[in-house]
Design a protein around this ligand. Structure first.
Ligand SMILES: Nc1nc2c(c(=O)[nH]1)N[C@H]1C(S)=C(S)[C@@H](COP(=O)(O)O)O[C@H]1N2
Ligand SMILES: [Mo]
Length: 433
C-alpha cells in the first residue's frame, strides 16, 4: 500500500485584510513610535546618574551599553516628567498597534516547516528576537507600572537589556523591510484605501511576502474599519493613561494609573509610591528623637527638626515624576536647600555631590547619590513641608529630598543622613551601595 500523502491542515489565516499594505501601515506607525520609546527609555536610565555610584545603578553590568551616559541636568525642572510621561504613555498607546501588527504577520510567525535552510533559520531567529523582544519590552514595562515592581530588583536589567536586543532586531528588520513597505504604500495610497468601504474590500494581490491569504474568507470589516478599531483602542488608552502625567482635572480620567486617583485631600493629597508602613519606617523613629546627620569634610553635624525649621527656608515648586509615568504635578515644597546643608560642614562654595540615606531599613530606593549639579541647584531641598503643611508620614516626614528634573526615586523620603563629598556609598547594613 502506498503511504498517504501528508494531510495539510486547513489554513487558519484566511482574513482578506492581511497583506503587505496593512502590515506596512502598522509597521510605519511603529517605526515612528518605537525610536521615541527607545530614546526616552535610555534617557530614563541616564536620569538615575548610574555612573555616579553603584547604588544609583540598577544595571551595573551594562558595560559598553552605558556609553552615552551624561550628567542629568536640573533644567528644565519638568524634564523627567516629560520624558518619562512620554515613555510610559506612548508605550501603552502603542499596544493595540503592536498587537495588530503581530496579527497582520501571523501567517509568517507560524509558517511551516519552521526551518527550510540556513538563511531561513537566520531570518527566523531575527524574527524571534524581534517579536519576542517587542512583547517582552511591552510586557515588562506594563507589568512594572501596573503591578508595582513585580520583578524585584531585576526589572531595570530586564527592560534595559531587552531594549537593546529588540532595537538591534528592529534595525535589521527595518533595513530589510523598508523597500517593500515604501513600494506597497506608494502603489496603494493611504487615502484611497481609507475611502474603500466594506463592499469594495478585496484581498491584496498575491505576492511573494506570503501575507495574503491563499483562500481568503469574505471580508467582515474594511481596512479602514480595522485601522479605525486599532486607532480607537490607542485613543482610549491615551485617554485613560495620559492624565496621570499631565495632571490637573485630567488626573481623574487616568483610569489605568496605578496610583493616586484617590490620594486624599489637603496639601499631602497626592500619590504615594511606598507608604511609611510598607517601608518599615516606624513612628518612634520619626518623632522627637529623630536627628538628621550631616557629614562632610571630616565633620559631623546633627540637627533636630526644630533646628532645621529655624534655618532659612526656601520654597520650590517641583513635581515628583515617577519612573512609572505618573507625576504629582508641581507641589510647593518648603525646606532647607541642600547647598545650605553642605555649607554647614564647610562646603561654602561649589559643594560636591551628596549621598542620601533613609531611615528605611531595607529596599532598593532607601539611599541615593546626587551629583554636584543637583546639590548646587538652589531649588533642590531637604523638604520639611509641602503645600503649607508638614510632610505626612507617607510623603517622608520628618524630611525628604526633592530635586528638580530628577526621577522620583532620587527624592528620598524619611532622610536620616546626608554625606557631602562621599566617595564610598555603603549603607549601614554594609550592603554595597
Ligand atoms: N526612602 C524611600 N524614599 C523613596 C522611595 C522609597 O521607596 N523609599 N520611593 C521613591 C519613589 S520610587 C518615588 S516615585 C517617590 C514618591 O514620592 P511620594 O510617595 O511622596 O509621592 O519617592 C521616592 N523616595
Ligand atoms: Mo518611583
Amino acid at each position: 500500500m502506498r503511504p498517504l500523502p501528508p494531510r495539510r491542515p486547513p489554513n487558519p489565516f484566511r482574513s482578506p485584510l492581511r497583506g503587505p499594505w496593512l502590515t506596512s501601515v502598522l509597521g510605519t506607525v511603529l517605526l515612528a513610535g518605537l525610536p521615541v520609546l527607545f530614546v526616552t527609555g535610555l534617557l530614563s536610565y541616564a536620569a538615575y546618574n548610574p555612573d555616579l555610584a553603584r547604588i544609583n545603578d540598577k544595571t551595573p553590568d551594562k558595560g559598553l551599553l552605558g556609553f552615552y551616559l551624561f550628567s542629568w541636568p536640573t533644567h528644565p525642572y519638568w524634564l523627567y516628567r516629560l520624558t518619562q510621561g512620554v515613555h510610559v504613555t506612548l508605550g501603552v498607546v502603542l499596544v493595540p498597534v503592536l498587537l495588530a501588527k503581530l496579527w497582520s504577520v501571523a501567517p509568517k510567525l507560524f509558517a511551516l516547516p519552521p526551518l527550510r535552510s540556513a538563511g531561513h533559520a537566520l531570518e527566523r531567529l531575527s524574527l524571534l528576537l524581534l517579536v519576542g523582544g517587542g512583547l517582552f519590552e511591552f510586557a515588562t514595562g506594563i507589568l512594572n507600572v501596573q503591578l508595582d515592581y513585580v520583578f524585584p530588583g531585576s526589572f531595570y536589567r530586564l527592560h534595559f537589556y531587552g531594549a537593546w536586543v529588540f532595537v538591534g532586531a528592529l534595525l535589521a528588520h527595518t533595513v530589510l523591510k523598508v523597500p517593500i513597505a515604501v513600494r506597497t504604500l506608494r502603489d496603494r495610497g493611504l487615502r484611497a484605501e481609507l475611502r474603500t468601504p466594506l463592499e469594495r474590500t478585496r484581498p491584496e494581490p498575491r505576492d511573494p511576502t506570503g501575507l495574503v491569504a491563499t483562500d481568503p474568507a469574505e471580508p467582515t470589516v474594511s481596512r479602514r474599519g480595522a485601522l479605525g478599531m486599532v486607532g480607537l483602542g490607542s485613543l482610549a488608552l491615551l485617554l485613560v493613561t495620559a492624565g496621570q502625567s499631565i495632571g490637573g482635572p485630567l488626573r481623574r480620567t487616568a483610569l489605568l494609573a496605578p496610583r493616586g486617583r484617590n490620594p486624599g485631600t489637603g496639601p499631602n493629597g497626592f500619590q504615594v509610591n511606598k507608604t511609611a508602613a510598607l517601608a518599615h519606617v516606624r513612628p518612634q523613629d520619626t518623632g522627637e528623637a529623630w536627628r538628621l546627620t550631616v557629614r562632610g569634610n571630616g565633620r559631623t553635624v546633627r540637627l533636630s527638626r526644630a533646628e532645621l525649621e529655624a534655618m532659612p527656608q526656601r520654597t520650590s515648586m517641583l513635581p515628583i515624576a515617577c519612573v512609572e509615568g505618573w507625576s504629582s504635578g508641581d507641589q510647593r515644597w518648603e525646606g532647607v536647600p541642600l547647598r545650605e546643608l553642605a555649607a554647614l560642614v564647610g562646603h561654602h562654595t561649589d559643594p560636591p555631590g551628596v549621598f542620601v540615606e533613609s531611615l528605611q531599613p531595607a529596599g532598593s530606593f532607601r539611599a541615593v547619590a546626587l551629583r554636584a549639579n543637583q546639590v548646587r541647584d538652589g531649588r533642590a531641598l531637604l523638604a520639611l513641608r509641602v503645600g503649607g503643611a508638614d510632610l505626612s508620614p507617607d510623603h517622608g516626614y520628618p524630611a525628604r529630598v526633592i530635586v528638580p528634573a530628577a526621577p522620583g526615586v532620587m527624592n528620598t523620603k524619611w532622610v536620616r543622613q546626608l554625606t557631602f563629598g562621599a566617595t564610598t556609598f555603603t549603607t549601614d547594613s554594609g550592603e554595597p551601595a
